[in-house]
Design a protein around this ligand. Sequence first.
Ligand SMILES: [Fe+2]
Ligand SMILES: [Fe+2]
Length: 151
Amino acid sequence: MVVKTDIAEWIRREHRSIRELSDALLGEVRLIPRFNRDGWLDALRHRFSRFRVHLQNHFEAEEDGGFLEPVVECRPTLSPEVEHLRREHSEMSRWLDQILDELRSVGPDDELLLEDACHRIERLLSALKHHEDHENLLVTFVFSQDMGEKD
Ligand SMILES: [Fe+2]
Ligand SMILES: [Fe+2]
């Protein structure tokens, strides 16, 4: 049996580490060097690629019994909310793939394209924050209910 407090603690830990990775990535995309971008672009590709894997594993863990299923088990009326989160996982996962492709195809002198890729990363991080805030609210709501109570 899944213990609610374990899930709440797990999701808090996961989201904390995603927050740290997001902040580090944001720091890089907000400071595009004016010249000599080779090293910066290599570092960004590397960081983004690791971030993508981390995030896709996180989505998979949330779907694979980590969080979403127990929420529906406890609160079946929250199924639409959970489905919405699942759809966002799928879209963000495709978004991550697209941005990585873009980062691999641009060169250090492609100023406008680099700016565009960085703006897309910022928009993705903003959507991700919204998504994670939504999950935190859901966890707080479900886990603040009486343990024996069900929909
Ligand atoms: Fe999620
Ligand atoms: Fe999450």
